[in-house]
Design a protein around this ligand. Structure first.
Ligand code: NAD
Length: 249
């Protein structure tokens, strides 16, 4: 079950961070994984590493916030490698810059625009670049990595990030209705606190996670493989909450 043989998967922001684990998991299920990142060196390094592990992978550096570059890159991938059947909208956070939680009252508009650009507009840019081809071929999987911050309000100074994540998630729900007839699913993973947090913050937050630990890349990877699989064909417009029980319901 859950094999992805013959599928081409584009994972945004997978040169570093959690996306690397997602890429390895999709590869090990048989997919050819295209590693996107803002940072060309990271994209190349991760793709080279996966190839050295015996997997099928290539690199496609571009900035998801730049609509023209996204369109051109997707066209190039589809010409050189083949049709993209799986899109994982993973690039997010503060868009390649240090993520410093900031109270909204102090937040300059250029900072909130950056959060919205990468976490919401970037999702739309990438989705629109692949969705026409998916519809024409009658098959597609669009998976957007959102956050518990996009489902519940929290006093951790992430209001704009949370708003952008909520926007991307709701975009998936509506999109799922438009494209279901074409064999395309569009789903959301609402991700909780992960092992990428600073140790001090993780220590404080673990006490509030019923499972008693932060999330690992493998937790996100397994959820992504499931939603990407043929077995999840009847799952669309859904939000899979992967957060150790932090936000039940
Ligand atoms: N880490 C967490 O605790 C956590 C929790 C919930 C949700 N998330 C979400 O999970 C996803 C992955 O998180 P992460 O911590 O691995 O991210 P990260 O900040 O480590 O970034 C991963 C990669 O994305 C690339 N990137 C950033 N902006 C980009 C852009 N505009 N275009 C292309 N690539 C870009 C970066 O260069 C980096 O290599 C994000 O969407 C994030 O919002 C993370």
């Amino acid at each position: 079950m859950f094999r992805l043989d013959g599928k081409i998967a584009l994972i945004t922001g997978s040169g570093g961070g959690l996306g690397v684990g997602v890429a390895r998991a999709l590869c090990s299920q048989g997919a050819h994984v295209v590693i996107n990142d803002l940072n060309p060196e990271l994209a190349e390094q991760t793709s080279t590493m996966l190839c050295a592990e015996g997997f099928a992978s290539s690199a496609a550096p571009f900035d998801v916030t730049q609509r023209g570059a996204v369109k051109e890159s997707v066209a190039r991938i589809e010409r050189d490698t083949g049709p993209i059947g799986i899109l994982v909208n993973n690039a997010g956070n503060a868009g390649g810059q240090k993520y410093t939680p900031t109270p909204f009252v102090d937040m300059p508009p250029d900072l909130w625009e950056r959060f919205i650009a990468v976490n919401m507009t970037g999702v739309m840019n990438c989705t629109q670049a692949v969705i026409g081809g998916m519809s024409a071929r009658g098959y597609g999987r669009v998976i957007t990595v959102s956050s518990t911050a996009g489902r519940v309000g929290k006093s951790i100074n992430v209001s704009v990030y949370g708003a952008a994540k909520a926007g991307a998630a709701h975009f998936m729900r509506h999109l799922s209705q438009e494209v279901a007839k074409d064999g395309i699913t569009a789903n959301v993973i609402s991700l909780g606190f992960m092992n990428t947090m600073s140790e001090g913050f993780a220590h404080k937050i673990i006490a509030q996670i019923p499972a008693g630990r932060v999330g690992m890349p493998e937790d996100l990877a397994a959820a992504t493989v499931y939603l990407a699989s043929d077995e999840a064909a009847w799952v669309t417009g859904a939000t899979l909450v992967v957060d150790g029980g932090y936000t039940p319901f």
